[in-house]
Design a protein around this ligand. Structure first.
Ligand SMILES: Nc1ncnc2c1ncn2[C@@H]1O[C@H](COP(=O)(O)OP(=O)(O)OP(=O)(O)O)[C@@H](O)[C@H]1O
Ligand code: SF4
Ligand SMILES: [Mg+2]
Length: 323
């Protein structure tokens, strides 16, 4: 369904001409710095990692909201990073995004139902009465009875209800691929499970693939068939959810797991040193080495490749023995 090859996104750091002249160089935030992965139809891949590691940027590039600095994305074997505007517009119907902030993702001046009608109209799927009927039934489907909710304004809805509208707006297009960027992190804890269930029910109904972005491994454990762990713009470990959680091979994955008490079964804990490095100045060799308790000389000089097959990890001295 989707293949991402060596994706990079570098954002230039704003500097005055004088600063550039004095330092003799332009600086870049290496937000995404060589990400590769594949996804099958119907599969959910959780993308996890600390704040600022490049999860959202990866998602935004896939849905076409951001152009990559380099790298390729194949959607159903078609390269999509260099499509014309018209082709991109058509592609958008098939690749949708659900955003983190349910308050920012709706137009405050548009009725709830109109968001769905607009989506159908823009993509040439239906208009007028037909679009209205489809919108009503999709609102019913996401637990917001159309009769009651179609004419409401966004401010009249709770955060959880708004996220249901955002999901309805994406799903009414019957996409093949959805990027869900922290879709429950701004929602009251008591409502999270219901929103996740709703998302997963669409996965089952449409057999769609989903890139599920989260910083929360407990959520990743529930939703994802596989987990990819990202650090400073790169994937450090990727594999089946069970494998990654019970047999983490990368010290960073093990450290993330160590911070969740329910994951630490054998009393084994892996430390993490200090804070995330600056993405403008990425450490040499293994970019995780300044924070890794197992770092040796080789780690400072040679960057490890992501290797291994179904369960891959980028580490010169991977952990053994499960977690
Ligand atoms: N438009 C932009 N211009 C400059 N820098 C950006 C831009 N968008 C993102 N960045 C930077 O790129 C890096 C990755 O950001 P990104 O939002 O992808 O991280 P994230 O993993 O989604 O973090 P979070 O968990 O906080 O949402 C950060 O250092 C961020 O400041
Ligand atoms: S390569 Fe070295 S520094 Fe990097 S994670 Fe593995 S042991 Fe730690
Ligand atoms: Mg983000």
């Amino acid at each position: 369904m989707l293949r991402v090859e060596n994706l990079k996104k570098y954002f230039p750091v704003q500097k005055s001409v004088l600063e550039v002249l004095l330092s003799g160089r332009r600086d870049f935030v290496r937000a995404v710095d060589g990400v590769s992965f594949e996804m099958k139809q119907g599969e959910v891949l959780s993308l996890v990692g600390e704040s600022g590691c490049g999860k959202t940027t990866t998602g935004r590039i896939i849905v076409g909201l951001e152009r990559p600095t380099s790298g390729k994305i194949y959607f159903k074997d078609r390269e999509i990073t260099s499509l014309s505007e018209e082709e991109q517009r058509r592609m958008k119907r098939h690749i949708q995004m659900v955003f983190q902030d349910p308050y920012a993702s709706l137009n405050p001046r548009m009725k709830i139902g109109e968001h769905l009608v607009e989506s159908l109209t823009i993509h040439g799927i239906a208009e007028n009465d037909e679009a209205r009927e489809m919108a009503m039934s999709m609102l019913d489907r996401v637990g917001l009875p159309g009769e009651q909710f179609f004419n409401r304004m966004p401010y009249q809805l709770s955060g959880g209800q708004r996220q249901r509208v955002a999901i309805a707006r994406a799903m009414i297009l019957k996409p093949d691929f959805v990027v869900a960027d922290e879709p429950v992190s701004m929602i009251d804890v008591s409502l999270r499970a219901a929103i996740l269930d709703l998302l997963m029910s669409f996965r089952d109904e449409y057999n769609l693939s989903m890139l599920f972005i989260t910083h929360d491994l407990s959520v990743a454990r529930i939703v994802g068939d596989r987990i990819a762990v990202m650090y400073l713009g790169k994937i450090m470990e990727i594999g089946k959810t069970r494998e990654v959680i019970h047999n983490p091979r990368h010290p960073y994955t093990a450290a993330l797991l160590s911070s969740v008490p329910s994951f630490v079964k054998k009393g084994r804990k892996v430390e993490i040193i200090g804070d995330i490095a600056n993405p403008i100045d990425i450490p040499s060799g293994c970019r995780y080495h300044p924070r890794c308790p197992f770092a040796r000389e080789k780690c400072k000089k040679e960057e490890p490749e992501l290797e291994g097959g179904e369960h891959s990890f980028a580490c010169h001295y991977p952990l053994e023995g499960g977690f």
